[in-house]
Design a protein around this ligand. Structure first.
Ligand code: G
Ligand code: MN
Length: 438
């Protein structure tokens, strides 16, 4: 945790400053790092859990906690200026204290009369070892503050962000300029974390906005690409593929973005519901794409409720690792018992697919487009496809070759005994055209 918090150039500087600091050798760096680890798990934290991306927030809290202990302070915090339009307020961005003090992350209060105001005015460090001996610190004294050290925080563009402060209820005669020097170094790392956290939050908001906009227009559109029996040329089913508004990101980016903000299952299941609505108008099965995480989501059963499961196939993507095959199999078991079939998608695209195939023993093994592309002129690809045909026969699975684009590819796949195929050469993905009753 400490290494992460202090990984920047400034951070290395901070680490050196810590270890050579002679004034209050309360904690060696190794000890501090241990302290940080336990601080993030056991010290009562005053920060709100709803704050922002948890990991980054943890790093900021851990850094403040190390700082607090190093300074021997009761409370260390980051205050952000400008909560009010005129900048007269400050808002506590992060607070650490082991004491039951009435301060919380997110609290806002007037800047006027605080020692932070002095930091802001002077744009410089303020060190007050004893508020009782400093007339200008009377209001701090009145609020129970005995000792204070604070430094300004600057954004990477140089503008003033707020203050980083440590304070204690008792005066601290040992407090001096050198302590401010330590805080100044920490301030650089603090701002790196704050700006990272803000940027991540802005990205999160942007994705949520896009998803809300998509919701308003009825979610992703669905096109269906026929899955063809290569022995009979019959359309035996169709893969449902999500399509997003023109001019926006590709579907995989939409799904990855949604997953990053915790809305992956929601988006995938929305696509599933729309896809299944087409079932009455389609021959055979409809095959929907799901990530391993969504297969474990309780919403899946709801999205499938009422659908004829013997006409539904779920495709598990190869791209995501599966940590818990047992959990996945357990979640799928009742659905499979009710007729749902399972496909492993993109087989051959990466190392995970064969593990998926072995663990899941799917009904369909979908050969990735990269194995099918040009296999008519490529002995190794042909050999791999032939091997999978044998494997499929022995495990009662069917092979679906994806991305068949030429007659030559099709002919070789048929000769190898591949039973099913998909691709532009056979049929393009297309929206469902439902005849309107007259
Ligand atoms: O990962 P998955 O196999 O579910 O993705 C299928 C994607 O491949 C879809 O976006 C679909 O439009 C596309 N696709 C379908 N058939 C072909 C094809 O023959 N060639 C290429 N290049 N892409 C295809
Ligand atoms: Mn697929």
């Amino acid at each position: 945790m400490l290494t992460f918090a202090l990984r920047s150039r400034d951070g290395l500087h901070a680490r050196r400053t810590f270890s050579t600091r002679a004034l209050k050798p309360r904690a060696a760096v190794a000890e501090a790092s241990e302290v940080v680890t336990s601080a993030t798990t056991t010290t009562p934290r005053t920060s709100s859990p709803a704050a922002s991306p948890a990991a980054r927030h943890c790093a900021l809290d851990a850094l403040l906690e190390t700082t607090r202990r190093q300074m021997g302070a009761d409370l260390t915090y980051v205050a952000e200026l400008g909560a009010a339009q005129d900048g007269s307020q400050r808002r506590l961005r992060a607070v650490v204290t082991p004491l039951p003090l009435p301060v919380r992350t997110g609290d806002a209060e007037p800047l006027a009369g605080t020692l932070c105001e002095r930091v802001v005015r002077s744009r410089d460090a303020v060190v007050v070892p004893d508020t009782g001996a400093d007339r200008a610190a009377a209001s701090a004294r009145a609020r129970g503050i005995g000792a204070y050290v604070g430094v300004p925080l600057h954004r990477s563009d140089g503008s003033l962000y707020g203050t980083l402060c440590s304070l204690s209820s008792r005066p601290d005669a040992g407090l001096r300029e050198r302590d401010a020097e330590v805080l100044r170094v920490i301030a650089g790392v603090v701002m790196e974390l704050v700006e990272e956290e803000d940027a991540a939050e802005a990205r999160r908001r942007a994705v949520l906005d896009r998803l809300a906009g998509l919701d308003a227009t009825g979610g992703p559109g669905i096109v269906y690409q026929p899955v063809v029996d290569l022995r009979t040329s019959q359309h035996v089913g169709a893969e449902a593929l999500s399509r997003f508004p023109a001019g926006t990101a590709t579907p995989d980016v939409w799904f990855a973005d949604a997953a990053r903000v915790g809305a992956g299952a929601e988006l995938e299941l929305r696509a599933v519901r729309t896809a299944l609505a087409g079932l009455p108008h389609l021959p055979g099965f409809v095959s929907v794409n799901l990530s391993p995480a969504t297969l474990l989501d309780p919403g899946l059963a709801r999205a499938l409720a009422g659908a004829p499961l013997d006409r539904v196939v779920v495709e598990v993507t190869e791209h995501a690792a599966i940590d818990d095959y047992a959990g996945l199999l357990a979640a799928l078991e009742p659905l499979r018992a009710a007729g749902l079939r399972v496909a492993v998608d993109d087989t051959g695209a990466g190392y995970a697919s064969l593990r998926h195939v072995l663990a899941i023993l799917p009904d369909f093994i979908k050969l990735d487009i990269s194995l099918v592309r040009g296999l008519d002129g490529d002995r190794a690809r042909r050999a791999l496809a032939a091997g999978l045909v044998t494997f499929a026969e022995s495990t009662d699975a069917a092979i679906v070759a994806e991305g068949i684009e030429t007659a030559e590819e099709l002919a070789v796949l048929q000769a190898l005994g591949v039973s099913h195929g998909q691709g532009y050469h056979l049929a393009r993905p297309a929206p469902l055209v439902v005849p309107v009753a007259g």
